[in-house]
Design a protein. Structure first.
Lengths: 296, 315
Protein backbone atom coordinates (compact mmCIF):
# COMPACT_ATOMS: atom_id res chain seq x y z
CA UNK A 1 0.00 0.00 0.00
CA UNK A 2 2.83 2.36 -0.81
CA UNK A 3 2.09 6.05 -0.98
CA UNK A 4 2.22 7.22 -4.52
CA UNK A 5 3.50 10.75 -4.23
CA UNK A 6 4.54 13.47 -1.88
CA UNK A 7 1.26 15.33 -2.08
CA UNK A 8 -0.69 12.28 -1.02
CA UNK A 9 1.68 11.78 1.86
CA UNK A 10 1.22 15.37 2.99
CA UNK A 11 -2.51 14.97 2.65
CA UNK A 12 -2.54 11.85 4.81
CA UNK A 13 -0.50 13.62 7.46
CA UNK A 14 -2.96 16.50 7.44
CA UNK A 15 -6.05 14.39 7.69
CA UNK A 16 -4.69 12.06 10.32
CA UNK A 17 -3.71 15.10 12.38
CA UNK A 18 -7.08 16.77 12.00
CA UNK A 19 -9.06 13.61 12.71
CA UNK A 20 -6.90 12.85 15.72
CA UNK A 21 -7.44 16.36 17.00
CA UNK A 22 -11.19 15.93 16.71
CA UNK A 23 -11.03 12.60 18.47
CA UNK A 24 -8.89 14.11 21.21
CA UNK A 25 -11.24 17.02 21.67
CA UNK A 26 -14.04 14.58 22.29
CA UNK A 27 -12.12 12.20 24.49
CA UNK A 28 -10.22 14.63 26.67
CA UNK A 29 -13.18 16.43 28.28
CA UNK A 30 -14.95 13.13 28.93
CA UNK A 31 -11.81 11.58 30.37
CA UNK A 32 -11.13 14.61 32.52
CA UNK A 33 -14.65 14.55 33.94
CA UNK A 34 -14.27 10.88 34.81
CA UNK A 35 -10.90 11.60 36.40
CA UNK A 36 -12.40 14.44 38.41
CA UNK A 37 -15.11 12.16 39.72
CA UNK A 38 -12.51 9.69 40.95
CA UNK A 39 -10.20 12.17 42.64
CA UNK A 40 -9.93 12.25 46.38
CA UNK A 41 -10.42 15.51 48.24
CA UNK A 42 -6.99 15.11 49.77
CA UNK A 43 -5.34 15.10 46.37
CA UNK A 44 -7.29 18.17 45.31
CA UNK A 45 -6.19 20.09 48.37
CA UNK A 46 -2.56 19.18 48.00
CA UNK A 47 -2.79 20.32 44.40
CA UNK A 48 -3.96 23.75 45.39
CA UNK A 49 -7.64 23.25 44.73
CA UNK A 50 -7.12 21.96 41.24
CA UNK A 51 -7.68 18.58 39.72
CA UNK A 52 -5.11 16.28 38.21
CA UNK A 53 -4.99 14.12 35.16
CA UNK A 54 -4.31 10.91 37.00
CA UNK A 55 -6.14 10.59 40.29
CA UNK A 56 -4.27 8.61 42.88
CA UNK A 57 -5.73 7.03 44.85
CA UNK A 58 -8.85 6.39 42.83
CA UNK A 59 -11.69 7.23 45.16
CA UNK A 60 -15.34 6.42 44.71
CA UNK A 61 -16.62 8.65 47.50
CA UNK A 62 -18.50 10.83 45.04
CA UNK A 63 -20.33 7.85 43.64
CA UNK A 64 -21.21 6.36 46.99
CA UNK A 65 -22.63 9.69 48.10
CA UNK A 66 -24.66 9.97 44.92
CA UNK A 67 -26.13 6.53 45.35
CA UNK A 68 -26.79 7.09 49.02
CA UNK A 69 -29.15 9.93 48.25
CA UNK A 70 -32.67 8.62 48.05
CA UNK A 71 -33.73 11.49 45.88
CA UNK A 72 -31.07 10.66 43.32
CA UNK A 73 -31.66 6.93 43.22
CA UNK A 74 -35.39 7.52 43.01
CA UNK A 75 -34.88 9.72 39.99
CA UNK A 76 -32.75 7.03 38.39
CA UNK A 77 -35.58 4.62 38.90
CA UNK A 78 -38.00 7.09 37.31
CA UNK A 79 -35.71 7.53 34.33
CA UNK A 80 -35.26 3.80 33.82
CA UNK A 81 -39.01 3.25 34.17
CA UNK A 82 -39.85 5.94 31.67
CA UNK A 83 -37.19 4.72 29.28
CA UNK A 84 -38.47 1.17 29.26
CA UNK A 85 -42.20 1.92 29.32
CA UNK A 86 -41.96 4.90 27.05
CA UNK A 87 -39.84 3.21 24.43
CA UNK A 88 -42.04 0.16 24.17
CA UNK A 89 -45.31 2.02 24.15
CA UNK A 90 -44.12 4.63 21.66
CA UNK A 91 -42.62 1.98 19.43
CA UNK A 92 -45.79 -0.08 19.48
CA UNK A 93 -48.03 2.92 18.87
CA UNK A 94 -45.86 4.34 16.13
CA UNK A 95 -45.40 1.01 14.38
CA UNK A 96 -49.15 0.57 14.35
CA UNK A 97 -49.52 3.85 12.54
CA UNK A 98 -46.65 3.07 10.22
CA UNK A 99 -48.12 -0.28 9.29
CA UNK A 100 -51.54 1.11 8.48
CA UNK A 101 -50.10 3.95 6.44
CA UNK A 102 -47.86 1.57 4.54
CA UNK A 103 -50.89 -0.11 2.97
CA UNK A 104 -50.89 1.56 -0.40
CA UNK A 105 -54.45 0.71 -1.35
CA UNK A 106 -55.93 2.19 1.80
CA UNK A 107 -58.52 4.80 0.85
CA UNK A 108 -57.74 8.19 2.30
CA UNK A 109 -54.15 7.21 2.97
CA UNK A 110 -52.84 10.44 1.53
CA UNK A 111 -54.91 12.51 3.91
CA UNK A 112 -53.90 10.51 6.96
CA UNK A 113 -50.28 10.77 5.93
CA UNK A 114 -50.68 14.49 5.52
CA UNK A 115 -52.11 14.69 9.03
CA UNK A 116 -48.94 13.11 10.37
CA UNK A 117 -46.63 15.24 8.22
CA UNK A 118 -48.28 18.46 9.29
CA UNK A 119 -47.35 17.82 12.90
CA UNK A 120 -43.72 17.97 11.88
CA UNK A 121 -44.16 21.40 10.41
CA UNK A 122 -46.34 23.15 12.87
CA UNK A 123 -46.90 22.53 16.52
CA UNK A 124 -49.38 23.70 19.08
CA UNK A 125 -46.85 25.65 21.04
CA UNK A 126 -45.60 25.49 24.59
CA UNK A 127 -48.52 27.15 26.35
CA UNK A 128 -51.48 25.46 24.64
CA UNK A 129 -49.84 22.07 25.10
CA UNK A 130 -49.24 22.85 28.75
CA UNK A 131 -52.87 23.85 29.22
CA UNK A 132 -53.99 20.67 27.49
CA UNK A 133 -51.84 18.48 29.71
CA UNK A 134 -53.19 20.36 32.68
CA UNK A 135 -56.79 19.87 31.65
CA UNK A 136 -56.15 16.17 31.11
CA UNK A 137 -54.89 15.96 34.71
CA UNK A 138 -51.56 14.70 33.54
CA UNK A 139 -49.52 17.27 35.45
CA UNK A 140 -47.32 15.74 38.12
CA UNK A 141 -48.04 12.20 36.98
CA UNK A 142 -45.79 9.52 35.56
CA UNK A 143 -48.16 9.35 32.61
CA UNK A 144 -46.99 12.72 31.36
CA UNK A 145 -43.72 11.04 30.45
CA UNK A 146 -45.49 8.46 28.32
CA UNK A 147 -48.79 9.58 26.88
CA UNK A 148 -47.90 12.83 25.07
CA UNK A 149 -44.98 11.05 23.43
CA UNK A 150 -46.80 8.02 22.07
CA UNK A 151 -46.49 9.00 18.44
CA UNK A 152 -43.05 9.61 16.96
CA UNK A 153 -43.79 11.16 13.59
CA UNK A 154 -40.25 10.85 12.25
CA UNK A 155 -40.09 7.28 13.42
CA UNK A 156 -43.39 6.57 11.76
CA UNK A 157 -42.14 7.81 8.42
CA UNK A 158 -38.96 5.76 8.64
CA UNK A 159 -40.73 2.57 9.69
CA UNK A 160 -43.40 3.08 7.05
CA UNK A 161 -40.71 3.48 4.42
CA UNK A 162 -39.07 0.28 5.56
CA UNK A 163 -42.30 -1.69 5.45
CA UNK A 164 -43.09 -0.36 2.01
CA UNK A 165 -39.73 -1.59 0.81
CA UNK A 166 -40.39 -5.15 1.90
CA UNK A 167 -40.92 -7.57 -0.99
CA UNK A 168 -44.45 -7.06 -2.32
CA UNK A 169 -44.92 -10.78 -2.74
CA UNK A 170 -45.30 -11.12 1.02
CA UNK A 171 -48.56 -9.21 1.13
CA UNK A 172 -49.93 -11.17 -1.77
CA UNK A 173 -49.09 -14.60 -0.44
CA UNK A 174 -50.41 -13.68 2.99
CA UNK A 175 -53.68 -12.53 1.49
CA UNK A 176 -53.97 -15.63 -0.64
CA UNK A 177 -53.48 -17.70 2.46
CA UNK A 178 -56.42 -15.87 3.95
CA UNK A 179 -54.52 -13.97 6.62
CA UNK A 180 -56.16 -10.92 8.17
CA UNK A 181 -54.32 -7.62 8.29
CA UNK A 182 -53.48 -8.15 11.95
CA UNK A 183 -52.03 -11.55 11.27
CA UNK A 184 -50.03 -10.05 8.42
CA UNK A 185 -48.68 -7.46 10.80
CA UNK A 186 -47.69 -9.77 13.60
CA UNK A 187 -46.62 -12.89 11.76
CA UNK A 188 -44.80 -11.39 8.81
CA UNK A 189 -44.17 -7.65 8.93
CA UNK A 190 -43.00 -7.30 12.51
CA UNK A 191 -40.38 -10.05 12.49
CA UNK A 192 -38.98 -8.70 9.24
CA UNK A 193 -38.93 -5.14 10.54
CA UNK A 194 -36.77 -5.92 13.50
CA UNK A 195 -33.73 -3.92 12.29
CA UNK A 196 -35.60 -0.68 11.79
CA UNK A 197 -37.63 -1.17 14.96
CA UNK A 198 -34.47 -1.77 16.93
CA UNK A 199 -32.90 1.36 15.49
CA UNK A 200 -35.89 3.59 16.18
CA UNK A 201 -36.37 1.98 19.57
CA UNK A 202 -32.79 2.67 20.56
CA UNK A 203 -33.09 6.31 19.57
CA UNK A 204 -36.30 6.54 21.55
CA UNK A 205 -34.58 5.03 24.55
CA UNK A 206 -31.69 7.48 24.39
CA UNK A 207 -34.10 10.39 24.10
CA UNK A 208 -36.13 9.09 27.03
CA UNK A 209 -33.06 8.70 29.24
CA UNK A 210 -31.85 12.17 28.30
CA UNK A 211 -35.11 14.02 28.72
CA UNK A 212 -35.74 16.62 31.36
CA UNK A 213 -37.57 19.39 29.54
CA UNK A 214 -41.00 17.86 30.03
CA UNK A 215 -40.28 17.36 33.69
CA UNK A 216 -39.27 21.01 33.93
CA UNK A 217 -42.60 22.15 32.57
CA UNK A 218 -45.08 19.57 33.75
CA UNK A 219 -43.73 18.16 37.00
CA UNK A 220 -43.24 20.21 40.13
CA UNK A 221 -43.16 17.18 42.42
CA UNK A 222 -39.44 16.60 42.79
CA UNK A 223 -40.00 12.97 43.72
CA UNK A 224 -41.23 12.40 40.18
CA UNK A 225 -38.24 13.97 38.50
CA UNK A 226 -36.13 12.02 36.04
CA UNK A 227 -32.42 11.72 36.60
CA UNK A 228 -31.38 14.52 34.25
CA UNK A 229 -33.48 17.03 36.18
CA UNK A 230 -31.82 15.98 39.42
CA UNK A 231 -28.46 16.11 37.67
CA UNK A 232 -29.14 19.68 36.64
CA UNK A 233 -29.91 20.55 40.23
CA UNK A 234 -26.71 18.96 41.40
CA UNK A 235 -24.73 20.87 38.79
CA UNK A 236 -26.28 24.12 39.89
CA UNK A 237 -24.96 23.31 43.33
CA UNK A 238 -28.33 23.00 44.89
CA UNK A 239 -28.73 19.78 46.74
CA UNK A 240 -28.72 16.07 46.91
CA UNK A 241 -32.11 16.10 48.54
CA UNK A 242 -35.28 18.03 47.87
CA UNK A 243 -35.38 19.42 51.35
CA UNK A 244 -32.17 21.31 50.68
CA UNK A 245 -30.68 19.85 53.81
CA UNK A 246 -28.02 18.14 51.81
CA UNK A 247 -26.58 21.02 49.88
CA UNK A 248 -23.81 19.94 47.59
CA UNK A 249 -21.28 22.32 49.06
CA UNK A 250 -21.97 21.01 52.54
CA UNK A 251 -20.32 17.81 51.51
CA UNK A 252 -17.32 19.74 50.37
CA UNK A 253 -17.00 21.59 53.61
CA UNK A 254 -17.32 18.33 55.46
CA UNK A 255 -14.16 17.39 53.58
CA UNK A 256 -15.78 14.20 52.47
CA UNK A 257 -15.42 14.94 48.82
CA UNK A 258 -14.77 17.92 46.63
CA UNK A 259 -17.97 19.54 45.40
CA UNK A 260 -16.95 19.29 41.78
CA UNK A 261 -15.92 15.69 42.24
CA UNK A 262 -19.38 14.94 43.48
CA UNK A 263 -20.97 16.77 40.62
CA UNK A 264 -18.86 14.98 38.05
CA UNK A 265 -19.78 11.64 39.59
CA UNK A 266 -23.38 12.50 38.87
CA UNK A 267 -22.50 13.47 35.31
CA UNK A 268 -20.73 10.17 34.74
CA UNK A 269 -23.68 8.25 36.11
CA UNK A 270 -25.88 10.07 33.63
CA UNK A 271 -23.57 9.05 30.82
CA UNK A 272 -23.12 5.37 31.62
CA UNK A 273 -26.40 4.04 30.21
CA UNK A 274 -25.70 5.82 26.94
CA UNK A 275 -22.24 4.28 26.80
CA UNK A 276 -23.67 0.83 27.49
CA UNK A 277 -26.19 1.12 24.70
CA UNK A 278 -23.81 2.84 22.31
CA UNK A 279 -22.31 -0.23 20.58
CA UNK A 280 -25.82 -1.40 19.70
CA UNK A 281 -26.74 2.06 18.47
CA UNK A 282 -23.71 2.08 16.24
CA UNK A 283 -24.63 -1.20 14.70
CA UNK A 284 -28.11 -0.13 13.75
CA UNK A 285 -28.23 3.53 13.08
CA UNK A 286 -26.10 4.10 10.03
CA UNK A 287 -28.14 1.61 8.07
CA UNK A 288 -31.62 2.27 9.36
CA UNK A 289 -31.47 6.03 9.69
CA UNK A 290 -29.70 6.81 6.45
CA UNK A 291 -32.11 5.08 4.15
CA UNK A 292 -35.00 6.82 5.82
CA UNK A 293 -33.45 10.24 5.97
CA UNK A 294 -31.85 10.53 2.57
CA UNK A 295 -34.68 9.16 0.51
CA UNK A 296 -35.69 12.36 -1.21
CA UNK B 1 -63.48 13.53 -3.93
CA UNK B 2 -65.85 14.97 -6.50
CA UNK B 3 -65.10 12.03 -8.70
CA UNK B 4 -66.10 9.81 -5.85
CA UNK B 5 -69.54 11.33 -5.91
CA UNK B 6 -69.83 10.73 -9.61
CA UNK B 7 -68.57 7.21 -9.27
CA UNK B 8 -71.01 6.42 -6.51
CA UNK B 9 -73.77 6.60 -9.07
CA UNK B 10 -72.48 3.36 -10.52
CA UNK B 11 -73.75 0.29 -8.63
CA UNK B 12 -70.69 -1.77 -9.50
CA UNK B 13 -68.47 0.92 -8.07
CA UNK B 14 -70.57 1.09 -4.95
CA UNK B 15 -70.24 -2.62 -4.46
CA UNK B 16 -66.51 -2.43 -5.01
CA UNK B 17 -66.20 0.44 -2.56
CA UNK B 18 -68.20 -1.45 0.05
CA UNK B 19 -66.01 -4.48 -0.42
CA UNK B 20 -62.77 -2.53 -0.07
CA UNK B 21 -64.05 -0.64 2.96
CA UNK B 22 -64.95 -3.97 4.52
CA UNK B 23 -61.47 -5.16 3.83
CA UNK B 24 -59.90 -2.01 5.18
CA UNK B 25 -62.18 -1.69 8.16
CA UNK B 26 -59.74 -3.47 10.51
CA UNK B 27 -56.99 -1.14 9.34
CA UNK B 28 -59.02 1.95 10.12
CA UNK B 29 -59.82 0.45 13.46
CA UNK B 30 -56.13 -0.10 14.16
CA UNK B 31 -55.39 3.45 13.18
CA UNK B 32 -58.09 4.91 15.41
CA UNK B 33 -55.86 5.41 18.46
CA UNK B 34 -53.25 7.11 16.33
CA UNK B 35 -55.89 9.32 14.79
CA UNK B 36 -57.28 10.20 18.21
CA UNK B 37 -53.82 10.97 19.46
CA UNK B 38 -53.12 13.29 16.55
CA UNK B 39 -56.33 15.18 17.05
CA UNK B 40 -56.02 15.49 20.80
CA UNK B 41 -52.34 16.12 21.34
CA UNK B 42 -51.39 17.82 18.11
CA UNK B 43 -54.33 19.52 16.46
CA UNK B 44 -56.31 20.68 19.46
CA UNK B 45 -53.33 22.68 20.74
CA UNK B 46 -52.85 24.19 17.29
CA UNK B 47 -56.39 25.48 17.26
CA UNK B 48 -56.17 26.57 20.87
CA UNK B 49 -52.97 28.39 20.16
CA UNK B 50 -54.67 30.79 17.79
CA UNK B 51 -57.70 31.21 19.98
CA UNK B 52 -55.61 31.78 23.07
CA UNK B 53 -53.52 34.49 21.47
CA UNK B 54 -56.63 36.38 20.44
CA UNK B 55 -58.20 36.29 23.86
CA UNK B 56 -57.53 37.68 27.29
CA UNK B 57 -56.98 34.37 29.03
CA UNK B 58 -58.53 34.10 32.41
CA UNK B 59 -57.93 30.96 34.45
CA UNK B 60 -61.51 30.68 35.63
CA UNK B 61 -62.97 30.97 32.17
CA UNK B 62 -60.53 28.66 30.45
CA UNK B 63 -59.42 29.21 26.88
CA UNK B 64 -62.81 29.32 25.24
CA UNK B 65 -64.63 31.22 27.94
CA UNK B 66 -62.20 34.08 28.20
CA UNK B 67 -63.08 37.39 26.58
CA UNK B 68 -61.84 38.25 23.12
CA UNK B 69 -58.91 40.59 22.95
CA UNK B 70 -58.41 40.79 19.24
CA UNK B 71 -54.92 41.71 18.21
CA UNK B 72 -54.00 43.53 21.42
CA UNK B 73 -51.47 40.89 22.44
CA UNK B 74 -49.79 41.01 19.07
CA UNK B 75 -49.68 44.78 19.27
CA UNK B 76 -48.19 44.57 22.73
CA UNK B 77 -45.60 42.09 21.55
CA UNK B 78 -44.48 43.99 18.50
CA UNK B 79 -44.20 47.26 20.39
CA UNK B 80 -42.48 45.85 23.48
CA UNK B 81 -38.85 46.48 24.28
CA UNK B 82 -38.06 42.80 24.60
CA UNK B 83 -39.31 41.68 21.23
CA UNK B 84 -36.64 43.05 18.88
CA UNK B 85 -33.99 41.84 21.32
CA UNK B 86 -35.16 38.26 21.47
CA UNK B 87 -35.67 38.09 17.73
CA UNK B 88 -32.21 39.52 17.19
CA UNK B 89 -30.70 37.02 19.62
CA UNK B 90 -32.51 34.13 17.98
CA UNK B 91 -31.35 35.07 14.49
CA UNK B 92 -27.85 35.91 15.67
CA UNK B 93 -27.33 32.53 17.28
CA UNK B 94 -28.85 30.68 14.33
CA UNK B 95 -26.70 32.52 11.82
CA UNK B 96 -23.53 32.15 13.87
CA UNK B 97 -24.19 28.45 14.21
CA UNK B 98 -24.71 28.23 10.48
CA UNK B 99 -21.58 30.20 9.70
CA UNK B 100 -19.26 28.31 12.01
CA UNK B 101 -20.93 24.96 11.89
CA UNK B 102 -21.31 24.63 8.19
CA UNK B 103 -17.86 23.79 6.83
CA UNK B 104 -16.33 21.64 9.62
CA UNK B 105 -18.61 18.63 9.14
CA UNK B 106 -17.91 18.67 5.42
CA UNK B 107 -14.15 18.76 5.96
CA UNK B 108 -14.22 16.13 8.68
CA UNK B 109 -16.37 13.87 6.52
CA UNK B 110 -13.95 14.17 3.61
CA UNK B 111 -10.97 13.53 5.89
CA UNK B 112 -12.63 10.53 7.50
CA UNK B 113 -13.52 9.20 4.12
CA UNK B 114 -9.97 9.53 2.83
CA UNK B 115 -8.27 7.89 5.77
CA UNK B 116 -6.17 4.99 4.57
CA UNK B 117 -6.76 2.86 7.62
CA UNK B 118 -10.35 1.62 7.81
CA UNK B 119 -9.83 0.66 11.42
CA UNK B 120 -8.75 4.15 12.40
CA UNK B 121 -11.66 5.59 10.50
CA UNK B 122 -14.19 3.38 12.23
CA UNK B 123 -12.73 4.05 15.66
CA UNK B 124 -12.66 7.80 15.05
CA UNK B 125 -16.21 7.81 13.77
CA UNK B 126 -17.42 5.90 16.78
CA UNK B 127 -15.77 8.33 19.16
CA UNK B 128 -16.80 11.43 17.33
CA UNK B 129 -20.47 10.46 17.08
CA UNK B 130 -20.77 9.99 20.82
CA UNK B 131 -21.43 13.56 22.07
CA UNK B 132 -24.57 13.73 19.98
CA UNK B 133 -26.13 11.12 22.28
CA UNK B 134 -25.34 12.92 25.52
CA UNK B 135 -28.05 15.05 27.03
CA UNK B 136 -27.56 18.79 27.12
CA UNK B 137 -27.40 18.63 30.90
CA UNK B 138 -24.39 16.36 30.62
CA UNK B 139 -22.79 18.51 27.94
CA UNK B 140 -23.37 21.53 30.15
CA UNK B 141 -21.76 19.70 33.06
CA UNK B 142 -18.72 18.86 30.96
CA UNK B 143 -18.51 22.35 29.51
CA UNK B 144 -18.74 23.91 32.94
CA UNK B 145 -15.52 22.17 33.93
CA UNK B 146 -13.83 24.29 31.28
CA UNK B 147 -15.65 27.58 31.48
CA UNK B 148 -16.36 27.99 35.17
CA UNK B 149 -14.94 31.14 36.65
CA UNK B 150 -13.44 29.48 39.71
CA UNK B 151 -11.41 26.46 38.78
CA UNK B 152 -12.44 26.20 35.17
CA UNK B 153 -9.74 24.75 32.99
CA UNK B 154 -9.71 27.58 30.49
CA UNK B 155 -9.11 30.20 33.14
CA UNK B 156 -6.54 27.98 34.81
CA UNK B 157 -4.64 27.71 31.56
CA UNK B 158 -4.94 31.43 30.91
CA UNK B 159 -3.60 32.23 34.34
CA UNK B 160 -0.74 29.81 33.88
CA UNK B 161 0.18 31.83 30.79
CA UNK B 162 0.04 34.99 32.82
CA UNK B 163 -3.23 36.15 31.33
CA UNK B 164 -6.16 37.37 33.43
CA UNK B 165 -9.26 35.26 33.97
CA UNK B 166 -12.19 35.69 31.62
CA UNK B 167 -15.81 35.52 32.65
CA UNK B 168 -17.18 32.95 30.26
CA UNK B 169 -20.35 32.18 32.13
CA UNK B 170 -22.22 35.35 32.98
CA UNK B 171 -20.73 37.78 30.52
CA UNK B 172 -22.58 38.86 27.44
CA UNK B 173 -19.62 38.91 25.13
CA UNK B 174 -18.76 35.24 25.38
CA UNK B 175 -22.20 33.69 25.47
CA UNK B 176 -22.66 33.23 21.75
CA UNK B 177 -19.17 31.78 21.41
CA UNK B 178 -19.87 29.27 24.15
CA UNK B 179 -23.18 28.29 22.56
CA UNK B 180 -21.67 27.81 19.13
CA UNK B 181 -18.62 25.93 20.42
CA UNK B 182 -20.48 23.55 22.69
CA UNK B 183 -23.01 23.01 19.93
CA UNK B 184 -20.21 22.17 17.55
CA UNK B 185 -18.59 19.81 20.06
CA UNK B 186 -21.84 17.96 20.35
CA UNK B 187 -22.94 17.83 16.74
CA UNK B 188 -19.83 17.92 14.57
CA UNK B 189 -19.36 14.17 14.43
CA UNK B 190 -22.99 13.40 13.85
CA UNK B 191 -23.32 15.98 11.11
CA UNK B 192 -20.70 14.18 9.07
CA UNK B 193 -22.99 11.24 8.48
CA UNK B 194 -24.96 12.75 5.65
CA UNK B 195 -21.79 13.91 3.92
CA UNK B 196 -20.14 10.53 4.35
CA UNK B 197 -23.11 8.97 2.62
CA UNK B 198 -22.82 11.50 -0.18
CA UNK B 199 -19.09 10.89 -0.52
CA UNK B 200 -19.64 7.19 -1.01
CA UNK B 201 -21.76 8.12 -3.98
CA UNK B 202 -19.00 9.89 -5.87
CA UNK B 203 -17.81 7.81 -8.80
CA UNK B 204 -14.29 6.50 -8.10
CA UNK B 205 -13.56 6.57 -11.82
CA UNK B 206 -13.59 10.34 -11.65
CA UNK B 207 -10.71 10.30 -9.19
CA UNK B 208 -8.73 7.94 -11.39
CA UNK B 209 -9.37 10.08 -14.43
CA UNK B 210 -8.31 13.20 -12.58
CA UNK B 211 -5.08 11.71 -11.32
CA UNK B 212 -4.27 10.40 -14.76
CA UNK B 213 -4.70 13.94 -15.97
CA UNK B 214 -2.03 14.89 -13.46
CA UNK B 215 -4.13 16.37 -10.69
CA UNK B 216 -2.58 16.09 -7.25
CA UNK B 217 -4.56 15.25 -4.14
CA UNK B 218 -5.61 18.79 -3.39
CA UNK B 219 -6.78 19.50 -6.90
CA UNK B 220 -8.73 16.27 -6.87
CA UNK B 221 -10.41 17.45 -3.68
CA UNK B 222 -11.38 20.73 -5.27
CA UNK B 223 -12.39 19.46 -8.68
CA UNK B 224 -13.88 16.05 -7.98
CA UNK B 225 -14.85 15.63 -4.33
CA UNK B 226 -16.44 18.98 -3.61
CA UNK B 227 -18.42 19.22 -6.84
CA UNK B 228 -19.47 15.61 -6.29
CA UNK B 229 -21.16 16.39 -3.02
CA UNK B 230 -22.31 19.85 -3.99
CA UNK B 231 -26.02 18.85 -4.13
CA UNK B 232 -25.92 17.55 -0.57
CA UNK B 233 -24.06 20.63 0.62
CA UNK B 234 -26.66 22.91 -0.90
CA UNK B 235 -29.41 20.69 0.47
CA UNK B 236 -28.11 20.86 4.04
CA UNK B 237 -27.45 24.59 3.78
CA UNK B 238 -30.94 25.35 2.58
CA UNK B 239 -32.54 23.15 5.21
CA UNK B 240 -30.53 24.82 7.96
CA UNK B 241 -31.72 28.18 6.70
CA UNK B 242 -35.23 26.79 7.03
CA UNK B 243 -34.92 26.35 10.79
CA UNK B 244 -33.43 29.74 11.41
CA UNK B 245 -36.17 30.83 13.78
CA UNK B 246 -35.59 27.95 16.18
CA UNK B 247 -32.66 27.68 18.54
CA UNK B 248 -33.51 24.66 20.62
CA UNK B 249 -34.64 25.43 24.13
CA UNK B 250 -32.48 23.08 26.16
CA UNK B 251 -29.01 24.31 25.34
CA UNK B 252 -29.83 28.00 25.60
CA UNK B 253 -31.79 27.54 28.81
CA UNK B 254 -28.96 25.67 30.49
CA UNK B 255 -26.22 28.08 29.52
CA UNK B 256 -28.01 31.39 29.92
CA UNK B 257 -27.83 33.44 33.07
CA UNK B 258 -30.00 36.38 34.03
CA UNK B 259 -26.92 38.55 33.75
CA UNK B 260 -26.64 38.05 30.02
CA UNK B 261 -30.27 37.95 28.94
CA UNK B 262 -29.51 40.79 26.54
CA UNK B 263 -27.77 38.28 24.30
CA UNK B 264 -28.88 34.95 25.68
CA UNK B 265 -32.62 35.33 25.74
CA UNK B 266 -34.11 33.82 22.64
CA UNK B 267 -37.71 33.47 21.58
CA UNK B 268 -38.17 30.05 23.10
CA UNK B 269 -36.73 30.89 26.50
CA UNK B 270 -38.63 34.18 26.61
CA UNK B 271 -41.90 32.37 25.83
CA UNK B 272 -41.12 29.87 28.57
CA UNK B 273 -40.47 32.54 31.17
CA UNK B 274 -43.29 34.87 30.28
CA UNK B 275 -45.74 32.06 29.71
CA UNK B 276 -45.10 29.47 32.38
CA UNK B 277 -43.37 31.49 35.06
CA UNK B 278 -45.07 34.87 34.76
CA UNK B 279 -48.23 33.08 33.63
CA UNK B 280 -48.87 35.64 30.90
CA UNK B 281 -50.41 32.95 28.72
CA UNK B 282 -51.90 34.96 25.92
CA UNK B 283 -48.88 37.13 25.38
CA UNK B 284 -46.45 34.25 25.34
CA UNK B 285 -48.70 32.32 22.97
CA UNK B 286 -48.80 35.28 20.60
CA UNK B 287 -45.02 35.24 20.39
CA UNK B 288 -45.10 31.47 19.98
CA UNK B 289 -47.43 31.85 17.02
CA UNK B 290 -45.16 34.44 15.50
CA UNK B 291 -42.23 32.04 15.72
CA UNK B 292 -44.23 29.08 14.42
CA UNK B 293 -45.66 30.96 11.46
CA UNK B 294 -42.37 32.51 10.40
CA UNK B 295 -40.71 29.14 10.98
CA UNK B 296 -43.29 27.38 8.83
CA UNK B 297 -42.76 29.91 6.09
CA UNK B 298 -38.99 29.55 6.18
CA UNK B 299 -39.05 25.77 6.17
CA UNK B 300 -41.52 25.68 3.28
CA UNK B 301 -39.44 28.19 1.36
CA UNK B 302 -36.33 26.17 2.15
CA UNK B 303 -37.92 22.97 0.94
CA UNK B 304 -39.09 24.68 -2.25
CA UNK B 305 -35.62 26.04 -2.94
CA UNK B 306 -34.00 22.72 -2.11
CA UNK B 307 -36.26 20.99 -4.59
CA UNK B 308 -35.55 23.61 -7.20
CA UNK B 309 -31.77 23.60 -6.93
CA UNK B 310 -30.93 20.09 -5.89
CA UNK B 311 -33.86 18.04 -7.02
CA UNK B 312 -34.81 16.75 -3.59
CA UNK B 313 -36.35 18.18 -0.49
CA UNK B 314 -37.62 16.71 2.73
CA UNK B 315 -40.84 15.87 0.97
Amino acid sequence: MGRMSWDERVYQIIIVTVVSLCVLMVIFPIYYVVAMSLTSQAQVIENGGKFVLFPDPVTFTGYSLIFSSEWVTNSMFISVARTITGTFSTLAFTTLGAFVLSRRELPGRKWLLLMVLMTLLFSGGLIPTFLLIKSLNLLNTFGVYIVPLLLDAWGLLIIKQFIENLPPGLDESARIDGASELQLLFRIILPLSFPVLAAIGLFQAVAAWNSWFDALIYVSNTKLWPFQMVLRNILLGHSLGPDHMQRVDMYASALLVNQQSLQMSAVVVGTIPILLVYPFLQKHFTKGMLTGAIKG
Amino acid sequence: MARLGYRLTFPSYRKELARSLKRFYPLYFLFLPVFAFLILFKYVPIVNQFVLALKDYRYIDGIWGSPWAGLTHFEKVFSSRDFPIIVRNTLAISLLRLFWGFAPPILLAIFLNDLRSTLYRRVSQTIVYLPHFLSWVIVYGIAYVFISPGFGLINTWLNALGLPSVDLVTSSEWFRTIIVSTGLWRELGWSTIIYLAALSGVDPELYKAASIDGANVFRRLWHVTLPGIRPIIVFVLILNMGSIMTTGFEQIFLFQTSANYDVSDVIETWVYRRGLIDLDFSLATAVGIFQAVIGLFTILAANFLARKYTGTGIW
